[in-house]
Design a protein around this ligand. Structure first.
Ligand code: 13P
Length: 253
C-alpha cells in the first residue's frame, strides 16, 4: 500500500445471496467497516443492488455491480445500462472479470466499451486482468497482462485514470485456495503500474489503485497489502463471511 493512493477493499459476492440474504450480510458488514480508513465496497448481484444501496446509504460502505452493458439503452434483452446503475446509487462496477471473459465470451474490445460507458456515468470501473495457469507456464504472463491493459484502457484519457481501479486476478488463484505469493502479486501489480506509466505517464500511473484478487483471506491479506504496488483487494469467497471480510478491512487499516 502507498499512502498517496486510496486503499480499496472490495467484496465480489458473485452469484451469491438473494436480496433478503444480502441485506442480512450487509448489516453484518457495516459495523466492521465503520471507521475504516480504506474504501470498503460490496459488489453484489443486480437484484440485490436496491436493498444494498438502501442499507449502505449513509454508511462508509460503497455499493458496486458486477457487470454493465456498454450501450446507453435499446434492444439488448437481459442487459443493464450504466445509467440504470447510477440512478440506484451504485458507485463501482466490476468490468472484465475472468469469469465473464471465460463463461460469457467477454472480450477486451467489449471490456473497453464498458469502461467508457461506466466512466461516462460517473461510476468507478474495477477493471480485472489476469493470466491463466497455462499462460503463466508458457512464459507469456507479462504479454497477456500488458495486452489486456492496453486494449481495455485504450479509450481512457490520462486525466481520467484517477477514476479507474484495476484488479490483478490470476485466474489460477480464483476460488482455488491457491493464492499468489506476495512476491508474485507485487511483481504483476508493478508490471501493471509500469504499463500504465508508459501509456498515461508517471503521475497518472502513481495515482491508480491496483488491487490483488484470488483467494485473499483473513490470514494472507496483511502480507499482500504490505506490498508497495498492492493498494487493496478484490475478494470473492472471504467477502461472504462478515467476520473474515472485517478482518481483511482491519488488515488494510
Ligand atoms: P476468491 O477470493 O473466491 O478467490 O475470488 C476472487 C475473485 O474472483 C474476486 O473477483
Amino acid at each position: 500500500m502507498n499512502s498517496n493512493r486510496k486503499t480499496v477493499i472490495a467484496g465480489n459476492w458473485k452469484m451469491n445471496k438473494t436480496p433478503k440474504e444480502a441485506e442480512a450480510l450487509l448489516r453484518e458488514v457495516l459495523p466492521a467497516a465503520d471507521g475504516a480508513a480504506c474504501e470498503v465496497v460490496v459488489c453484489v448481484p443486480y437484484v440485490d443492488l436496491p436493498v444494498a444501496c438502501n442499507v449502505a446509504g449513509g454508511s462508509n460502505v460503497k455499493v458496486g455491480a458486477q457487470n454493465v452493458h456498454f450501450k446507453p439503452s435499446g434492444a439488448y434483452t437481459g442487459e443493464i445500462s450504466a445509467a440504470m446503475l447510477q440512478e440506484l446509487g451504485v458507485s463501482y462496477v466490476v468490468v472484465g472479470h475472468s469469469e465473464r471473459r471465460e463463461y460469457f465470451a467477454e472480450t477486451d474490445a467489449t471490456v473497453a466499451l464498458k469502461i467508457a460507458a461506466t466512466l461516462d456515468a460517473g461510476i468507478t470501473p474495477i477493471l480485472c486482468v489476469g493470466e491463466s495457469l497455462a499462460e503463466r507456464e508458457q512464459g507469456i504472463m507479462a504479454e497477456r497482462i500488458r495486452t489486456q491493459i492496453k486494449i481495455d484502457l485504450a479509450g481512457v484519457a490520462a486525466a481520467d485514470m484517477g477514476k479507474v481501479v484495476i484488479a490483478y486476478e490470476p485466474i489460477w488463484a480464483i476460488g482455488t485456495g491457491k493464492t499468489a505469493t506476495s512476491e508474485q502479486a507485487q511483481e504483476v501489480c508493478k508490471l501493471i503500474r509500469d504499463t500504465l506509466c508508459e501509456l498515461f505517464g508517471a503521475d497518472a500511473a502513481q495515482g491508480v489503485s491496483i488491487l490483488y484478487g484470488g483467494s485473499m483471506n483473513a490470514k494472507n491479506a496483511a502480507e499482500l497489502l504490505a506490498q508497495p504496488d498492492i493498494d487493496g483487494g478484490l475478494i470473492g469467497g472471504a467477502s461472504l463471511k462478515a467476520e473474515d471480510f472485517g478482518k481483511i478491512i482491519a488488515a488494510a487499516n
